[in-house]
Design a protein around this ligand. Structure first.
Ligand code: DQA
Length: 146
């Protein structure tokens, strides 16, 4: 079985982007952490990032098909800013039926009020934020049990 770890807009800039908020680790570091976490559970990793909303929609659909075929444990989604704007991502999660963790590196509830609302949360199986980059490994540990 596999796990999809999907990253949305601007997460390609991790490491240099607002390091006081997101830390100094790069997206390549996040990918390595996820590889290790998946290896511990004998899961295959699909690790992706896009700045384009439709790519994320397509990947959630793909994950839903694999889940229906018994080939995918779940999805870890950091939709970044699209979390707070995208009805399309909500509909994709609902429509695909895929079990999903909504993840944020930062504690979005301690930040600007526009980050307090998530369109995705109501369709997610679990929501986590504020654990920093290590949160990705925690999320994979949880998905491995699904
Ligand atoms: C984020 C939080 C979002 O509010 C923000 O737009 C991001 C990253 C996080 O990982 O903390 O781009 O999802």
């Amino acid at each position: 079985r596999s796990v999809f770890v999907l990253n949305g807009p601007n997460l390609n800039l991790l490491g240099t982007r607002e390091p006081a908020v997101y830390g100094s680790q790069t997206l390549a570091d996040v990918q390595q952490l996820c590889e290790s976490a998946c290896a511990r559970h004998g899961l295959a990793l699909q690790f992706r990032q896009s700045n384009h909303e439709g790519d994320l929609v397509d990947w959630i659909h793909e994950a839903g098909r694999l889940h229906a075929a018994g080939q995918l444990a779940g999805v870890v989604l950091n939709a970044a800013a699209y979390t707070h704007t995208s009805v399309a991502l909500l509909d994709a999660v609902k429509g695909s039926g895929v079990p999903l963790v909504e993840l944020h590196i930062s504690n979005v509830h301690a930040r600007e009020s526009f980050r307090h609302h998530s369109y995705i949360a109501s369709a997610a199986r679990a929501v986590m934020c504020g654990f920093g980059v290590p949160g990705y490994a925690l999320a994979i540990d949880a998905v491995a049990g699904w």
